[in-house]
Design a protein around this ligand. Structure first.
Ligand code: FAD
Length: 294
């Protein structure tokens, strides 16, 4: 077997929050063949499989994940532009894709400038910002699972607000997007404007996993609702609800997964009590993590 499988790799270093325990097994496939090999390895051992990108939407249990964690590298993390299309590996960082698109004078991906993840992570939850999302520009994604690889359209992926129908064990290996011609200067100006908006409203230079909850069907966003519940700055253990934006949890000092879960449970309880709303988490869980029922 070409792909190396490591035991007990601690996942906290692969997440932007910086919390979480070890994976039973960890591998970095760098080609489609290596990916298929790693999936077969897990299947032979009856181990569940999860793929991680930059861990920017991920809360990992302190007890870790009992399964194989994949992190795509090599050709599965590369990006190139041809004509008006972006071809990217599932592990390609959004920042690299945006850079390639800008250098080629292609616009439409600027909304991703403040989404610190990968192409595969974006497909998984139809990442989006400022009125655009993956579904707006994605043509198709190559999904690999134990049945083999197949190309799926946004409709087949079931993309809607921060959601796809993908399940663990299904790996987004590649994706193709159609962008449109735009002068490089205009792209730079768009990015600068969106980054300024982001900086004005959300915590920067803090370890977070992005938005904690999806926005509910309510006149208040999740952030405004939790702010009205008096939760800004509320702290449990090493985790704190951002004093700047109440829909973010910051790693204030050695946060554990359990601290973040306890904060989320408290936030849901208060939003339910004050507004009758059941907040749904946007952050993805990996390992044995559960929010108590309301
Ligand atoms: C400061 C900050 C700001 C953010 N702002 C936004 C925002 O504006 N809009 C937004 O939508 N999100 C935002 N996020 C959340 C996050 O960046 C996005 O959800 C991003 O798309 C996650 O990508 P990732 O590669 O880090 O995925 P991860 O966090 O590593 O994984 C997230 C999920 O995707 C799955 N996954 C990852 N890669 C693959 C793959 N190749 N194949 C199959 N499954 C995969 C994982 O198993 C997991 O379930 C923000 C996060 C931070 C920290």
């Amino acid at each position: 077997m070409k792909v190396k499988v490591e035991a007990g790799v601690v996942l906290s270093r692969f997440t932007t929050l910086g919390a979480g325990g070890p994976a039973t097994a960890f591998a970095r496939p760098e080609s489609l063949d290596e990916l298929k090999e790693a999936l077969a390895w897990a299947r032979e051992r009856n181990l569940p499989v999860a793929t991680i990108g930059l861990g920017s939407n991920l809360l990992v249990a302190d007890g870790g994940f009992e399964g194989l964690v994949l992190k795509l590298g090599g050709e599965l993390a590369e990006a190139r532009v041809e004509d008006e299309r972006l071809f990217a590996g599932g592990g390609a960082a959004n920042a690299v894709c945006l850079h390639r698109a800008r250098a080629a004078g292609l616009g439409g991906f600027e909304f991703a400038c403040a989404i610190p993840g990968t192409i595969g992570g974006g497909v998984w939850m139809n990442a989006g910002a400022y009125g655009s999302d993956w579904a707006t520009i994605l043509d198709r994604a190559l999904v690999v699972d134990e049945q083999g690889p197949r190309w799926l359209s946004p409709a087949e992926l079931g993309l809607r607000y921060r959601h796809s129908e993908l399940r663990h064990g299904q790996v987004v290996a590649r994706a193709e997007f159609t962008l449109g011609p735009l002068p490089e200067e205009q792209i730079k100006a768009n990015v600068a404007r969106l980054q300024a908006l982001r900086k004005a409203a959300q915590p920067t230079n803090k370890r977070t996993f992005g938005s904690v909850f999806k926005n509910p069907q309510h006149e208040l966003s999740a952030g405004r609702m939790l702010e009205a519940c008096g939760l800004k700055g509320h702290r449990i253990g090493g985790a704190q609800i951002s004093p700047r934006h109440a829909n973010f949890i910051e790693n204030a000092d050695g946060a554990r997964g359990a601290d973040a879960i306890a904060l989320m449970a408290e936030a849901r309880r208060r939003a339910h009590e004050q507004f009758g709303v059941e907040l749904v988490h946007e952050v993805e869980f990996l390992g044995r993590l559960e929010l108590p029922p309301l």
